[in-house]
Design a protein around this ligand. Structure first.
Ligand SMILES: Nc1ncnc2c1ncn2[C@@H]1O[C@H](COP(=O)(O)OP(=O)(O)OP(=O)(O)O)[C@@H](O)[C@H]1O
Ligand SMILES: [Mg+2]
Length: 453
């Protein structure tokens, strides 16, 4: 092929871009790939076809697509995208989208194009603590990575799985991963929370009922078991199942049939069981609250999901991923977490695990300002050690006592928050205490301890 002047210029520009920006992709206003540096192609694992839509190419059909959404909305964002690895799992590539300003200015001006700057941090993806994304779960923790491999293995079979983990640790995500990766992945995933309903309602929710079985049963109902047919039945908080229903569940599992409430004939079922609990089923059996025979049926494969405080590397990672998602919503744009705030996040016990962490970030995003998330943006329970201690009974794994420097950072941050809250409340201590989530007496005590009163 003859090399034209245009081709030569294109190659030169590509090399120049590569020299300046390393792995980078240029998009036109319609988000089509115009150029990609060779470093970008190496990073993403193959040549990038010109003219192809970048969101489709880079985000695929992923459910969470902060990058695609930000590009469509014309917003700058820093986020990450998973790239499938040849050997299974995902490699994480960090992407910063830089809009190229249009000729017109003003609020409505659309970018004329984009540069996507890719991060080379992935180069360490093979190292033991590199971040990975697995079925919606981020981690850099070795025990979690082992759990992911185990999930892949058990998903392939049909054995009943019991997920044990503290509240908010991600049990439902694990259950969904087992389902999605199983041969039943295209079938339904039907969930029922055994702690949420009184026994009579729970029975008909589980097994269904026939019309007229009880007052209010105006039509037949399928029940969760049959709704999960061909797929997976997720029994959440299974330790809370009342004993009488345990007997009925055991019969259903053993005979592979259910008897709907009010029915005279059993109905065959075809489900895979995944259960979850925050308790030790074994301890429940010893206490006489759970049937041993049912336990053995449900926990053919036990999966243990470690709490966040035992995955120290995950706190900052999950916080950053949560910030990416919040940034993509628009409004505020957090560039980074201050060192002090990071120390507080990492020093917290996280009794509510990942859910609590996400709530904390959402709080900080809402009440803080500017591009840096600082200590004062964090909610009171992270700032005051007392508020934390009072919630916790799980002190066995508490981290060692904090050092004086961290304590003084916390105290300063808390004093700032209290001062701000008092200002906002026009000096009314009741209102300030409420806005901080503290009782009036706690606020008063903390004010004295911090030299504010
Ligand atoms: N590793 C992870 N990466 C990203 N998000 C996560 C991860 N683990 C959990 N989450 C998120 O944290 C929240 C809580 O997860 P999930 O509902 O699966 O926890 P759970 O153990 O079932 O909680 P509960 O005991 O309260 O039912 C969800 O928003 C979930 O998407
Ligand atoms: Mg749950």
């Amino acid at each position: 092929m003859k090399i034209t002047r245009g081709d030569a210029d294109q190659t030169l520009l590509k090399a120049a871009l590569g020299a300046l920006a390393g792995p980078a992709i240029v998009l036109d206003a319609e988000l089509r790939v115009v150029a990609a540096t060779s470093a970008a192609e190496a990073l993403l694992g193959g040549a990038l076809p010109l003219g192809v839509s970048a969101p489709k190419l880079l985000c695929g059909e992923a459910v969470e697509r902060p990058m695609a959404e930000a590009l469509a909305a014309g917003r700058a964002v820093t986020t990450t995208i998973p790239r499938p690895l040849a050997g299974g799992g995902d490699r994480v590539v960090r992407v910063r989208t830089v809009p190229l300003p249009g000729t017109s200015t003003g609020a409505g001006a659309r970018p004329t194009g984009w540069i996507l700057l890719l991060d080379e941090a992935w180069a360490s993806a093979d190292s033991a603590d590199a971040p990975v994304l697995f079925q919606g779960m981020w981690t850099r923790d070795p025990a979690m990575k082992r759990l992911f491999r185990l999930i892949e293995k058990v998903a392939a079979g049909s054995a009943s799985v019991l997920v044990r983990g503290e509240t908010g640790a991600g049990k439902e995500l694990v259950a969904r991963a087992v389902h999605t990766l199983s041969p039943r992945g295209q079938g339904p995933f039907s969930a029922i929370n055994c702690a949420a309903l009184p026994p009579t309602l729970l029975e008909s929710e589980l097994f269904g009922h026939v019309r007229g079985a009880f007052t209010g049963a105006v039509r037949d109902s399928l029940g969760t078991f049959r709704a999960a047919s061909g797929g997976t039945l997720f029994l959440d908080e299974v330790a809370e199942l009342p004993l009488e229903l345990q007997a009925k569940l055991l019969r259903a599992v053993e005979t592979r049939t259910v008897l709907p409430v009010g029915a005279t004939e059993v109905v065959p079922i075809d489900v895979r069981l995944v259960s979850a609990t925050h308790r030790s089923l074994r301890a429940e059996v010893s206490a006489g609250r759970f049937r041993a025979d049912l336990m053995y049926r449900l926990r053919v494969v036990p999966l243990f999901l470690p709490p966040l405080r035992l995955r120290p590397g995950d706190v900052t990672l999950l916080a950053e991923r949560a910030i990416d998602e919040l940034n993509a919503r628009g409004g505020r744009h957090i560039e980074r977490i201050s060192q002090g705030a990071r120390a507080l996040l990492e020093g917290h016990d996280w009794p509510g695990n990942v859910r609590e962490l996400r709530n904390v970030l959402e709080y900080a995003y809402a009440i803080g300002e500017g591009p840096i998330l600082v200590e004062a943006d964090l909610p009171p329970e992270l700032l005051s050690p007392e508020a934390q201690g009072s919630e916790l009974s799980l002190s066995a794994n508490r981290p060692p006592p904090e050092d004086a420097a961290l304590r003084s950072t916390r105290d300063q941050a808390e004093a700032t928050r209290i001062r701000r809250a008092l200002e906002r409340a026009g000096g009314h201590r009741d209102r300030a205490a409420r806005s901080l989530g503290l009782s009036r007496s706690t606020l008063w005590r903390r004010m004295r301890e911090l030299g504010l009163a």
